[in-house]
Design a protein around this ligand. Structure first.
Ligand SMILES: *Cc1c(COP(=O)(O)O)cnc(C)c1O
Length: 404
């Protein structure tokens, strides 16, 4: 992704040409980036030889899931719908992990039927429910228990999941009780200890802390776990100020535990696989003069990309067509939705823009389209995948007849 001359180009395809055909707002993905991310992830943890399950909630486009599956990844799902999509995309059930605090009996029943790799349970009640279904179906079900390691992931508050006040997982003490309980279970085979402390983590230290807790809990349990599922959460760079996660240090810390307990590692990365593969292209509808700044009103809104409104996340915005003239006014990029939180970014130094110009919102591959909605009865945008100069529509723009 770069400029050729003045125009922004993705994998050799001029974005303005795509817009002529598909209009805006428009999600565009690069296959090359996706492949590169997956290879890089494998290289980062090469000496662990882990099972890598893509977190489907980061992006559940079936065509993308198919590509991800073909590149060797399994899936981490959090609902019946995601499980069905992963299976439809051809993911081997033996490479599917089911996470989540509130799996219904319908969801558990389906997962047990499909004999997936693991159901990561998060409470005693859930374990009892799994036992009940397994007994009825005369099956032995492989599960993990999610531990809440009470570790601060030091990321955005709303995407932190590993502190004791968070709803996820069970406490150390409760974990040990559940291990004990399951030792005598006829229908459940406890195979895994799982953790996931949050998302967009850029510092390896929270991971190291989490591993210390995992180490202690395994030791105390005196139980032989076949798998340690370390979840995902690896952060990506959304702006110049973000540093990058030290994978080497994280990997070294994991290696120690693996040697000690002879377990296999599972990862559930979402963002680090798909986050930087996509852009959201949008057209400026109006530019409105405010008292201290100019509002750049885009045709993309929080229904197309909710992260800024939901978590205060920042996505870099760049012009599609560079003119090298700096604007004197501060720009605030906003959508047309009737919510004050429907804004993407405030930019002090930006090139001079005019109405109808195209702009590009960066790194929207993860939790972009998957969090999109029809709020304000707005249509969901289309998704395009550029794969070796071929432009594939992997999701068409919604039509009003689909939703009205
Ligand atoms: C969301 C989630 C992930 C993926 O997190 P990323 O930050 O996208 O890597 C993995 N595991 C579980 C249990 C999750 O809830």
């Amino acid at each position: 992704m770069k400029y050729i001359g003045k125009n922004f180009v993705m994998e050799g395809v001029k974005i303005r040409n795509l817009v002529k055909k598909f209009e805006t707002p428009l999600y565009c993905y690069s296959y090359k980036k996706l492949k590169k991310n997956i290879n890089q992830f494998k290289i980062n943890f090469k000496n662990l030889n882990p099972i890598i399950c893509f977190a489907v909630k980061a992006n559940s486009n079936i065509k993308l899931l198919k590509e991800i599956q073909k590149l060797g990844l399994g899936a981490d799902v959090v609902s019946l719908g995601e499980l069905m999509k992963a299976l439809k995309a051809g993911v081997n059930p033996k490479k599917i992990v089911f996470s989540g605090v509130g799996k219904t009996s319908e969801e558990l029943d389906f997962a047990i039927q499909k004999e997936i790799l693991l159901i990561n349970a998060e409470s005693k009640s859930e374990i009892l429910e799994i036992e009940k279904i397994a007994k009825k179906k005369k099956k032995i079900v492989n599960i993990g228990i999610r531990l809440n390691p009470n570790t601060d992931a030091r990321t955005l508050k709303k995407i932190s999941t590993g502190k004791k006040q968070d709803k996820f997982g069970v406490s150390e003490k409760y974990f040990l009780e559940l291990v004990n309980y399951l030792k005598d279970s006829k229908f459940i085979n406890l195979k895994c200890i799982s953790v996931h402390i949050g998302s967009q983590i850029l510092n390896h230290q929270p991971y190291e802390k989490m591993l210390k807790v995992v180490d202690r809990v395994i030791k105390k349990s005196k139980y032989k776990f076949e798998f340690i599922d370390l979840g995902g959460g690896m952060g990506i760079s959304y702006g110049e100020k973000d540093k990058s996660l030290n994978y080497r240090k994280y990997s070294i810390a994991i290696r120690k535990i693996v040697k000690k307990y002879k377990t296999k590692i599972i990862f559930e990365p979402g963002r680090s696989i798909i986050g930087n593969t996509a852009i959201l292209v949008s057209r400026i509808i109006y530019i409105k003069q405010g008292s201290s700044k100019n509002f750049v009103i885009l045709d993309a809104a929080m229904n197309d990309l909710m992260r800024p409104a939901l978590y205060g996340a920042k996505h870099k915005i760049i012009p599609e067509n560079k003119n090298n003239i700096l604007s004197k006014k501060t720009y605030e990029f906003v959508g047309p939705i009737c919510e004050s939180s429907d804004k993407f970014l405030t930019a002090k130094k930006f090139q001079k823009l005019k109405e109808k110009d195209l702009i590009i919102i960066s790194d929207v591959g993860a939790y972009g389209m998957s969090l999109s909605s029809n709020y304000n009865v707005r249509l969901k945008p289309p998704e395009i995948l550029i794969k070796g100069y071929k432009v594939n529509v992997i999701k068409k723009r919604q039509k009003f007849k689909d939703i009205i």
